[in-house]
Ligand binder design. Structure first.
Ligand code: ZN
Length: 336
């Protein structure tokens, strides 16, 4: 009986939350008015980190919203409902059966559907035998994403706007400012950047990072950028080895010239703020960063909430995502 009451109470709480989001279509109070609230129904094989990545948030964010259900994130069960403030618009999910074709292997089938091998394996109703030798015609369960759900479907141009009460990022020995007239941001953005850069310097001692544009004073359109209007975006150069580490401009990074340990250190510090909406990094560099993070002892499942890699660059997943033209700098967008 007591359990029944608890369930009813819980349903009522969710219903009123849904009503509240209808009254405030622009954003729910629990989501700091950034986005409507979404109820995620856990399905077969899902783990907490993966659910977080699906919506571009972290497991910590999910735990704050669902303290009871996620007390032990390993114990989540299919059919459970979790509330989430999506940074990536939720889509309908369609289960499908894939028939293995000649030349297919597990990694290929996974990437074809924007999944990791582990996600694919956990999703099966019956374990796949002979994982390393698929049979032609063998049936593998997969899922695909359909339409973006209401009320996320309406496209608002989130990149356009003004910056009110912005502050200027001041010079610091941990970075080199490219264009001092274009380093205005919201107070929280500027403070977070500052904090990250101080930590980076303390841990790695340099070299200086090339700090690209934030926004101009007052915000609004900024030449050369589609976004950078609201004071919540910043471009930063990667860290290099050899002579290139003294660069004062953005340089194209690859596995030969990048200082992957320090670049990962920098990205990690941004991620650890818990205030990041996304970081655009070229897919090839993501792979190097992912490898480096594993080497540094970050668990694969934890990385899974942050990285789009190895799902392929077409899949919108995680906080670190591919966007073209990000071979010579990363673009960090903070949450409002
Ligand atoms: Zn940018």
């Amino acid at each position: 009986m007591a359990l029944g009451l608890a369930v009813v109470a819980c349903l009522v709480a969710i219903a009123s939350a849904a009503q509240a989001s209808a009254r405030h279509p622009r954003g729910h109070a629990l989501c700091d008015h950034r986005t409507p609230l979404h109820r995620h129904k856990v399905f077969r094989g899902e783990i907490g980190y993966g659910i977080a990545g699906l919506y571009g948030v972290t497991l910590e964010d999910l735990k704050k919203l669902n303290p009871k259900d996620l007390k032990n994130a390993d114990k989540i069960r299919p059919g459970m409902e979790l509330i989430v403030c999506p940074e990536i618009p939720p889509r309908e999910r369609l289960e499908d059966v894939y028939k293995v074709e000649p030349g297919d292997y597990l990694g290929k089938v996974a990437e074809l559907h924007g999944l990791t091998i582990k996600e694919l394996l956990r999703f099966q109703r019956r374990p796949i035998k002979n994982k390393n030798r698929l049979r032609v015609g063998q049936k593998i369960l997969v899922w695909q994403f359909g339409e973006i759900l209401e009320p996320w479907r309406k496209k608002r141009d989130k990149n356009k706007g003004k910056l009110r009460d912005g502050i200027k990022l001041l010079p610091h020995s941990s970075y080199y400012i490219k264009r001092p007239k274009r380093v205005w941001g919201t107070r929280s953005t500027v403070e977070q950047i500052r904090k990250v850069m101080v930590r980076y310097q303390k841990k790695y001692g340099g070299p200086r990072i090339v700090m690209g544009d934030l926004s101009k004073e007052g915000g609004g359109p900024l030449s050369g950028h589609a976004s950078h209007q609201l004071g919540t975006d910043v471009d930063l150069g990667y860290v290099f080895t050899g002579d290139q580490k003294r660069t004062k401009t953005f340089i194209r990074a690859d596995k030969k010239n990048i200082d992957i340990r320090r670049t990962w250190g920098l990205v990690h510090e941004f991620l650890k703020t818990g205030r990041i909406r996304y970081i655009f990094i070229d897919y090839g560099l993501q792979k190097l960063l992912h490898q480096e993070a594993l080497k540094r002892g970050v668990s694969e499942s934890k990385l899974d909430q942050w990285f789009q890699y190895p799902r392929g660059k077409g899949r919108t997943y995680g906080i670190v995502r591919h966007w073209r033209n990000h071979k010579d700098h990363m673009h960090v967008r903070f949450r409002k």
